[in-house]
Design a protein around this ligand. Structure first.
Ligand code: TYM
Length: 332
């Protein structure tokens, strides 16, 4: 019997190790979603080359990313997990969608503007058309929901617009997807600058926690985290550093703001930062252990990814052939 559940699709770039931001805003939710949705997850290595990558490092990071997703709760028996470049339909659909996406729409993408500032010497075509490839990722699988952090919302909304435009022009073809964004932790901020997003491309390593950081490194980064003036642990607009740490602590421990404020009443930032660090260590330690085990069995990891790619190709091929027919491509 066909799966009647709605479909979820999401992807993550293998450009270095995942951060606490990736985990809190996205990856943490991907396992639990399996209970309710038909889930497809991808390591999007084709997106990663919009920024120049060292080939050997990209290959290694791709396997590591897949292992980290499995260690974080994606079950290959329940979900499809695959490497983007192993499913050629992503690039193929991307072209058709590119012909249905406006230059003006792409020019308005805030991530393109940010990334072109950061990579002024390599503002390539891929960086500009990247949201089209992302739309292809989502639309190929007719995903209803796309769990992402806030920074990807605009891209998912563009995917919606592209799907609607195509459906209007060529008759109903794609499911129109929606971003699935959590209320808490959808934008984890840098530990060094609470006005900036936590990002793995930050040149200051103390600004982010990587999911494979050793416990003492995690603790050191939290101890060095920038807080605010005053000494009170309280969520407030003029306390962005403390508020960010409260969000992280709340998610890691399940405590709400009132409980956190009560726990640290009359205690200084030092105690608080140590507790936040420990809460992250407690969550990451078992994940890191599984991650090590998964990476140690490369043959099994390759088998899982091969099977995932086969399943993904089957679904993607159906969607692509429908699209080709609708736009008038001949098939002999
Ligand atoms: P990427 O690889 O930059 O990030 C993966 C996921 O992590 C979320 N995220 C954060 N959430 C909260 N706080 C942060 N500081 C933080 N940093 C990152 C991102 O929002 C994302 O959900 N274009 C995507 C990958 C992609 C994709 C897709 C996603 C390609 N195709 C199709 C969904 C559907 C990206 O670069 O994410």
């Amino acid at each position: 019997m066909a799966d009647q559940r709605e479909r979820v699709f999401s992807g993550i770039q293998p450009s270095g190790t995942f951060t606490l931001g990736n985990y809190v805003g996205a990856v943490r939710h991907w396992g639990p979603l399996q209970a309710e949705y038909d889930c497809i997850y991808s390591v999007v290595n084709m997106h990663a080359i919009t920024v120049r990558q060292q080939p050997a490092a990209l290959r290694k990071a791709t396997y590591e990313a897949a292992a980290m997703l499995l260690a974080s709760g994606i079950d290959p028996e329940q979900s499809v997990i695959f490497i983007q470049s192993e499913v050629p339909q992503h690039a193929e659909l991307s072209w058709v969608l590119a012909c249905n996406t406006m230059f003006g729409e792409l020019s308005r993408m805030t991530q393109f503007k940010d990334k072109s500032k950061k990579n002024a010497d390599n503002i390539n075509g891929g960086l500009f058309t990247y949201p089209i490839l992302m739309a292809a990722d989502i639309l190929l699988y007719n995903a209803h929901q796309v769990p992402v952090g806030v920074d990807q919302k605009q891209h998912v909304e563009l995917s919606r617009d592209i799907a609607q435009r195509f459906n209007n022009a060529y008759s109903d073809t794609f499911v129109v997807p929606a971003p699935l964004i959590q209320k808490q932790g959808a934008k984890v901020m840098s530990l060094q600058d609470p006005a900036a997003k936590m990002s793995k491309s930050d040149p200051n390593e103390n600004a982010y926690v990587a999911m494979d950081d050793a416990p003492e490194v995690i603790m050191r980064k939290f101890k060095r985290a920038v807080t605010d003036s005053g000494g009170e642990v309280r969520r407030a607009e003029d306390k962005p550093g403390v508020s960010n740490l409260m969000t992280i602590y709340g998610i890691m421990t399940g405590k709400d703001d009132a409980a956190i404020e009560a726990e640290f009443a009359g205690r200084g930032y030092g105690d608080f930062k140590e507790a936040v660090g420990q809460s992250v260590i407690d969550v990451f330690t078992p994940i890191q252990q599984r991650y090590g085990e998964i990476l140690a069995d490369k043959a099994e990891l390759e088998r899982i990814l091969r099977e995932g790619a086969e399943k993904a190709r089957r679904i993607a091929a159906k969607t692509l052939s429908k699209v080709y027919r609708k736009v008038g491509f001949v098939s002999n």
